[in-house]
Write a protein that binds this ligand. Structure first.
Ligand code: EPU
Length: 430
């Protein structure tokens, strides 16, 4: 199906939105199901295509998965049946690389599609492979896939310092180590809330993991689940996407479903810039339109820094800046391809080295644009809803990859936004 997202922008939004479960928490937890023997339930799972892709891969590897009512997934691991993860859709979802941990743990060898670089910049897996190398694995990179196998016995203890606090490499190492026979000290780890969620999940299955600042200590052991139930926390990036939407065109928008500690770093920054945010309770805030944003300089960096995943949406709010705002990204320094699309809405910018300067743009105009990835898609939705008139977003499937029912949630706030099947759209009745 060839789908586009059609938006009629210019309406002020009002009402309440409850965000869904966290995409970047559920994906590594699904990958971790390979190292947990037994049966467990995940609740509050978002209905997004990245989750469907991951489930398909788990099924190929021998995990039984079924959807139950109310966004609940049931998983049963009675042993893995394959070490081959060379499926084309493994390439679609970056988190599929995290399946390496479980498969290598069980078989001592694995073949997996190499995740490609995408529009947010190169996405190598050298830190993941360096971890496995320290454990006695060798790897060989082939055309499009990588083969990893054990050549030496494991050390009893391992200490590893990541060159950069990579979310994926930290998750990979935690998943592998937690069910191994060794003690592992990981330094300079990523400590995003999604990493803490993975650790909570694994601890619930018996894992021995301690976190102290950016150091994570793991004593490996067998992990078991006996009808264990894990509730996924709300998605902080979705929460913040709606926060920025409220700041752009909210008459009064209440966003709920995420604990405050997960988003405090960003909310405080936004308040300093003049965004009107009122706390309702630990999981909810109320936002109203911001007329003029103070000039800003934001550098996206690992948590607790400003999230790189919010950077494209911040550029849209940036159009309301008093005169200029600077955006830089330390995580994906070239994550600025989205600006060309935002420009079609009349958002003015200048490119800087590893960053950009957003200039005040008083009125946004409707446009036909293309979603390049999930977060560009979200930024385009924000711009489309702000610009008075009809906008269209091509390649809107990216939004379905990461945002559960974004169209319905926005319509409930009074916005006009519909996924349209273009084949049907072309049928003329008269
Ligand atoms: N990096 C390496 N080598 C590696 C791993 C990472 O050089 O082996 C570099 C990357 O190229 C990047 C930086 O380290 O410059 C950080 O990458 P990281 O590993 O932290 O990112 P990731 O695990 O691939 C996750 C999220 C991304 C989010 C980043 C940063 C998931 C599924 N993805 O990616 O989310 O931007 O962390 O917070 O958790 C999104 O949700 O739209 C998204 C892209």
């Amino acid at each position: 199906m060839n789908e586009i997202l059609r938006i009629r922008g210019g309406e002020k939004l009002e009402g309440e939105v409850l965000v869904s479960g966290s995409k970047n928490s559920v994906l590594p937890i699904l990958a971790a199901s390979l190292v947990v023997k037994g049966r467990f339930f995940l609740r509050n799972v978002p209905n997004i295509t990245d989750v469907y892709f991951m489930i398909s891969l788990l099924e190929k590897l021998g995990i039984e998965v079924s959807w139950l009512p109310n966004n609940t997934l049931f998983l049963r691991n009675n042993g893995l049946k394959s070490n081959d993860i060379r499926y084309s859709y493994a390439n679609e979802v970056r988190s599929s690389v995290l399946l390496l941990a479980g498969v290598l743990n069980k078989f001592g060898s694995a073949s997996i599609m190499l995740p490609g670089g995408d529009k947010i910049g190169p996405r190598p897996i050298n830190y993941h492979l360096a971890f496995f190398k320290k454990l006695g694995f060798e790897y060989k990179i082939h055309e499009g896939y990588v083969e990893v196998h054990k050549v030496k016995s494991e050390p009893k203890k391992l200490r590893l310092r990541f060159p950069f606090p990579s979310v994926g490499a930290t998750q990979q190492s935690i998943i592998y180590s937690s069910s191994s026979n060794i003690t592992v000290n990981l330094e300079n780890c990523a400590v995003e809330p999604e990493i803490i969620d993975l650790i909570h999940f694994l601890k619930g299955c018996g894992a021995d993991i301690e976190v102290l600042n950016r150091t994570i200590k793991i004593r490996g052991k067998e992990l078991l689940a006996n009808d264990y139930v894990f509730d996924l926390p709300g998605d902080r990036i979705e929460f913040l996407t709606f926060t920025l939407l409220g700041a752009l065109i909210g008459r009064k928008v209440t966003v709920s479903g995420v604990q405050r500690w997960r988003v405090n770093n960003v909310l405080k920054k936004l308040q300093k810039l003049g965004v009107q945010i009122k706390s309702v309770d630990d999981q909810s805030i109320e936002i109203k339109e911001t007329r003029k944003l103070n000039n800003f300089r934001i550098v996206a960096s690992p948590y607790p820094g400003f999230p790189t995943d919010l950077q494209p949406m911040m550029a849209v709010l940036g159009s309301k800046v008093e005169s200029r705002g600077v955006l830089k990204d330390n995580v994906f320094p070239t994550r600025f391809a989205y600006l060309e699309e935002l420009k079609k809405f009349g958002i003015n910018y200048k490119l800087l080295k590893n960053g950009c300067m957003i200039l005040r743009s008083t009125t946004l105009i409707p446009a036909q644009v293309r979603a390049l990835d999930i977060r560009t898609g979200a930024a385009l939705v924000l711009a489309g809803l702000t610009a008075k008139g009809e906008s269209e977003i091509l390649d809107s499937y990216h939004l379905r990859r990461g945002y559960d029912s974004i169209d319905i949630k926005i319509r409930n706030l009074g916005g006009s936004i519909y996924f349209i099947d273009t084949a049907l759209d072309e049928i003329k009745i008269f």
